[in-house]
Design a protein around this ligand. Structure first.
Ligand SMILES: [Zn+2]
Length: 440
């Protein structure tokens, strides 16, 4: 068996692992590179897409599914195995990515790819439920388990038979942060010959979620008290739904009141509508709320904005604005940063992971003069951060999860170099380099 790494090596984007047996070649994820590594999307694959038999897709985040259109345009015609929500979310995420590349005039992962190609690609998905073993071919069986990261996210267990010996490979995908809101907590694995583990927060411990809730409530109250504006950049997937879920419960419990909340992100609205279709994938707490008649993504004073950004800008204060994107790139957030970062009555609340070099990271690091869409802005707004709303396990959870899986060999991927190394040292793992090849 040959294993090679084609992204997310010492960085958090571009997830793509190739497994080659004597008779089968398959990928686990085929994600887009983002931020400073974006140029790698345009480089040729170092394998032939026509020879890939199938893809296992862990979840619908762009850094896990974003190069599927490139794979397809270059001849891949195998099946893509994922959960049903992952398939639905992947479609809107890929269409949005194509649209963003056009708006920002940057090359898409494949220059000829059109909307029709992405819709065609959707026909190659085979949805699979959690927990049931599925035979892929004579030598390969798979099983999906809930990774607790976003709706439909999966851990893949893969049994590969070669020369009458069966080896079990486990791919963590992105592992959720316990307790995961809305979706179930990540499931544990009890054995693995080879384990591939993410390490986004391999060198960090999260604050408690209670602390995060307390900061969020306090920032909302401060905003109401000073009749100001609270701007929260959000990722369309998961972070938006998590923020709405929390705000919904705070409003229902009357911990906060008297402020309007706007969601200005067409993609987040689409994703929230897909979340609403898959109640079966929720945890018991969310199911109970729905059973009692609560719409967990709606509350008094909340409005989804479909293209009327002016309406939000002109709305009276105090107000809370959730806008895409969480990483400050693309989406509607630029408009609000330009309008409000100079305003001392505004607060920018950062609740999402920021990669090195991103605008969000610069702001967290204390830069007070920044550029948004080419415009110089002096920051007078208050900057506040919550790290506990991460949808990734922290070091302690990853260590615990790996220990329970009791793997014989570990590869540590999907983390900045320091984070991957830190986790690898504590669990005796290998941090592969980009394009590295290992034989077993
Ligand atoms: Zn993810």
């Amino acid at each position: 068996m040959k294993i090679s790494f084609h992204g997310a090596c010492r960085e958090v984007t571009g997830s793509c692992i190739l497994i080659e047996t004597g008779s089968t070649k398959f990928l686990v994820d085929c994600g887009m590179f983002q931020g400073k590594s974006y140029y790698k999307n345009i480089e040729d694959f170092s394998f032939n897409p026509e020879e890939i038999d199938f893809v296992l897709l862990t979840h619908a985040h762009l850094d896990h599914c974003g190069r599927l259109p490139k794979l397809f345009m270059e001849g891949f015609r195998g099946r893509i195995y994922s959960t049903a929500p992952t398939r639905d979310l992947t479609e809107i995420i890929l269409l949005d990515a194509l649209n963003v590349s056009r708006i920002e005039k940057k090359p898409f992962v494949h220059p000829l790819c059109q909307e029709g190609d992405i819709r065609h690609l959707m026909n190659f998905f085979t949805p699979i439920d959690y927990g049931k073993k599925r035979i892929i071919n004579n030598n390969i069986e798979i099983r999906l388990k809930d990774a607790g990261h976003i709706l439909g996210s999966s851990i893949f267990e893969v049994w590969i038979k070669e020369n009458e010996i069966t080896k079990k490979l486990v791919f963590s995908g992105d592992l959720g942060n316990m307790p995961s809101p809305i979706v179930e907590d990540p499931k544990f694995i009890d054995s693995a010959d080879l384990l591939f583990i993410e390490s986004t927060y391999g060198n960090r411990l999260h604050e408690s979620k209670e602390m995060g809730d307390a900061i969020l409530i306090q920032e909302v109250k401060n905003t109401i008290a000073k009749n100001g504006i609270l701007v929260i950049p959000v990722f369309a997937l998961e972070r938006t739904q998590e923020m709405l879920y929390r705000l919904n419960s705070f409003f229902e419990e009357e911990k906060i009141r008297g402020v309007n909340v706007f969601l200005d992100s067409p993609l987040a609205i689409k994703a929230t509508n897909i979340y609403k279709q898959y109640v079966d994938f929720y945890d018991q707490e969310a199911k109970d709320l729905i059973f009692k008649g609560d719409d967990i993504f709606d509350f008094k004073g909340f409005e989804m904005i479909k293209g009327e950004t002016e309406k939000v800008l002109n709305a009276p204060t105090p107000k809370i604005i959730l806008a895409g994107s969480g990483m400050f790139e693309g989406g509607k957030i630029g408009t609000y940063l330009k309008k409000y970062l100079g305003n001392p009555l505004a607060t920018l609340l950062i609740v999402s992971f920021q990669v090195d070099g991103s605008l969000g990271k610069k702001i967290i690091n204390g830069e007070r003069k920044i550029k948004v869409d080419g415009k110089d802005i002096e920051i007078n707004a208050k900057i506040s951060t919550i790290f506990s709303f991460s949808s990734h396990s922290d070091h302690g959870m990853l260590f615990d999860w790996v220990t329970k899986a009791n793997p014989k060999k570990i590869f540590v991927v999907h983390g900045e170099a320091d984070a991957s190394k830190s986790l690898a040292e504590s669990i005796n793992g290998i941090v592969p380099e980009y394009n590295a090849i290992y034989n077993f």
